[in-house]
Design a protein around this ligand. Structure first.
Ligand code: ADP
Ligand code: MG
Length: 609
């Protein structure tokens, strides 16, 4: 008889569990902030170094721990938050799985310094994977301090999967933003290396929104307030004029926990109905309060997802509440309030790699895949782009004129080909003909394809073309926008943007020819947020992502009247593309109606075959 089964030693079990709870520095920060909130802190201070890879330091003024609790806290399944399975049915705290500190201690060096209210001395615990725990008394203030050093130093495979510092930093900032918005009454400060990012006082939600999302959002908020027997909805929705091309302005909280729920996000967006174009996404900061017994938060180790007893009812109520709010604010008068069926907007395509498909728009959302990207160095504040250094390093020459890249609306590329005739219908579609029959071209999708291929070519060859602006534009960027800008600035310069950055103010003095005068702020911001959204979806590589984000913004809009030359240029340039049939998002660009089809429709005998 041979026995082959062993119980794994604790440190291995913890390391395996750590894979679920702690995936990147951001997840450590999320867990630690949640612990501080559960400990009733009113002040939380966070410092990170090297995007959290070398140090995460969090200080709170919460209830602290006793010596024996401190020793238990890093054991797996050790929690002060639930005791019985009855408690599990109505979770009121952020934590309850007792896994976070155990997991972190398996993949990093962990130091915890803590003191409770009536104790004279506090305790300091030092833990290192696979080593004896060390604990000693210390003089410290009430609350808890946690230091996480050299995350994943002992799990090289995991460390390898971390992305460039800027990307990791952005995830962290995103999480801190969410906690900040959900807890305006808590003082929050955040240092990235030695840079102060936030110092937020106890303040109203509106002020907190201004501090985190900026004045422009603040100025365009509509209060939402709704209550029935099972749900309370509060917070703000952004008026349609600040809608974005990505979902990056959407914050949904359930009992103050930030949640990801595509169906509920869809409920909110769809309530805007015709107020928004299909590719616009509303901004919102919405808080749902539901009896904890009606929800299950324990469906995912990181608790980003929730299950509701009755998701359909919540979908309908939320949509109704947003519609009501828009209507009472005179945003629209023509909404029909009928008993809506809960739509299940997303379906999963089991046959094709489990893609998620939006049934309404047909948009395919790939499953998120991590792709480590290259390290990009951070730069300090107040820099003018392109920098001398950049100009020297790259083959790029900003004054270089490249005739093939002329704007599609320039006459120079009108060719002396057959006069096909062009006709625009409803300021949306261009009708023309080819040898086989009729062509219907979607003007926006077509221009997007042209700009996309042009951008790819420019980025590949580092050929730049920029138009100097007579009146430079200055505006503010929020912290997240700045980090994205830093990440893709070299590419933006190639595409034609010239700018200087001074703290949170950007001055644009050169722009790509496709960006219309006066649209610089809106377009640049939307390029940044589209880039981020695409990156989150793990859809494309960096170059393709930038080209897609750029082409989406720079393309002529549906609804714009075009003259003959513009239509002709658009058509001819489209025909020069490698893939004229689809736009970068996979939507069709051209529809062909052949003579054969027409003949069939009109009852003529086809004489072609
Ligand atoms: P959970 O939060 O699921 O209970 P954790 O591993 O995150 O599990 O934390 C374990 C325990 O350590 C908590 O239940 C709590 O009692 C204690 N603890 C962790 N962080 C803090 C903190 N900042 N202040 C006070 N107690 C804390
Ligand atoms: Mg916890």
């Amino acid at each position: 008889m041979t026995n082959i089964i062993n119980i794994l030693p604790d440190f291995i079990a913890n390391q395996i569990a750590a894979g679920e709870v702690v995936q990147r520095p951001e997840s450590v920060i999320k867990e630690l902030i949640e612990n501080s909130l559960d400990a009733k802190s009113s002040n939380i201070h966070i410092t990170i170094r090297d995007a959290g890879k070398s140090l995460i330091h969090i200080v709170d003024n919460g209830v602290g721990m006793s010596k024996s609790d401190l020793l238990l806290s890093i054991k797996r399944h050790a929690t002060s938050k639930i005791l019985t399975n009855k408690d599990l049915e109505a979770i009121k705290s952020f934590g309850f799985r007792g896994e976070a500190l155990a997991s972190i201690s398996a993949v990093a060096k962990l130091e915890i310094i803590t003191k409770q209210k009536n104790d004279t001395l506090g305790w300091k615990l030092i833990s290192e994977p696979n080593k004896e725990i060390n604990i000693e008394p210390v003089d410290t203030s009430i609350g808890t301090q946690i230091l996480v050093k050299n995350l994943f130093f002992n799990t090289p495979a995991r460390r390898k999967f971390l992305r460039a510092n800027l990307t990791e930093y952005r995830h962290i900032l995103d999480t801190i933003n969410k906690f900040g918005l959900a807890n305006p009454n808590i003082q929050l400060s955040f240092y990235d290396d030695n840079n102060l990012i936030y110092k937020l006082e106890n303040e109203s939600l509106k002020n907190r929104i201004t501090n985190i999302l900026g004045k422009k959002v603040f100025n365009n908020l509509i209060n939402i307030d709704f209550k029935n027997d099972f749900i309370k909805i509060s917070g703000f929705i952004g008026s349609p004029n600040i809608a974005k091309v990505s979902r990056s302005g959407q914050y949904l909280f359930l009992n103050t926990r930030s949640i990801n729920n595509k169906s509920l996000n869809h409920a909110i967006s769809s309530a805007f109905g015709p107020l928004l174009d299909r590719n616009q996404h509303p901004v919102f900061i919405i808080f749902l309060e539901i009896n904890p017994e009606e929800i299950d938060i324990n469906v995912h180790p990181q608790k980003h997802e929730v299950k509701f007893e009755d998701e359909r009812a919540i979908y309908n109520t939320l949509k109704h509440a947003v519609q009501l709010c828009l209507r009472t604010n005179d945003m629209t008068s023509e909404f029909v309030f009928k008993n809506q069926q809960a739509e299940q907007p997303f379906i999963e395509n089991k046959f094709d790699n489990n893609q998620i498909i939006n049934k309404t728009t047909g948009e395919i959302i790939d499953k998120y895949e991590e792709q480590p990207d290259n390290q990009i160095n951070n730069t300090n504040n107040s820099t003018k782009y392109p920098t001398n250094e950049f100009a020297k390093q790259s083959k790029n020459n900003f004054t270089k004129e490249i005739s093939v890249f002329d704007s599609i609306f320039s006459d120079s590329i009108l060719e002396n080909s057959t006069n096909f005739g062009y006709f625009q219908v409803h300021d949306k579609y261009i009708i023309t003909q080819n040898e086989k029959g009729i062509l219907v071209i979607d003007q926006h999708n077509a221009h997007e394809r042209i700009n996309y291929e042009k951008a790819i070519l420019m980025l590949d060859k580092e050929l730049s073309k920029s138009q100097q602006m007579l009146f430079p534009e200055t505006f503010e960027l929020d912290k997240k926008e700045i980090t994205i800008l830093e990440e893709i600035k070299d590419e933006l310069i190639i595409l034609g943007f010239q700018f200087s950055l001074n703290n949170n103010k950007i001055e644009i003095f050169g722009k790509p020819t496709e960006i219309e005068n006066g649209n610089e702020e809106k377009d640049l911001k939307e390029i940044l947020s589209k880039f981020e959204e695409n990156q989150e979806l793990g859809r494309t590589n960096k170059r393709e992502n930038i080209a897609a984000s750029y082409s989406c913004r720079s393309a002529i809009k549906t609804g714009k009247k075009l003259n003959y030359d513009e239509m002709k240029n658009l058509h001819q340039n489209l025909m020069k593309c490698d893939t004229p049939e689809v736009c970068p998002h996979g939507r069709p660009v051209i529809m062909e109606i052949t003579l054969k089809e027409l003949d069939l429709q009109f009852g003529r005998t086809p004489k072609y075959d």
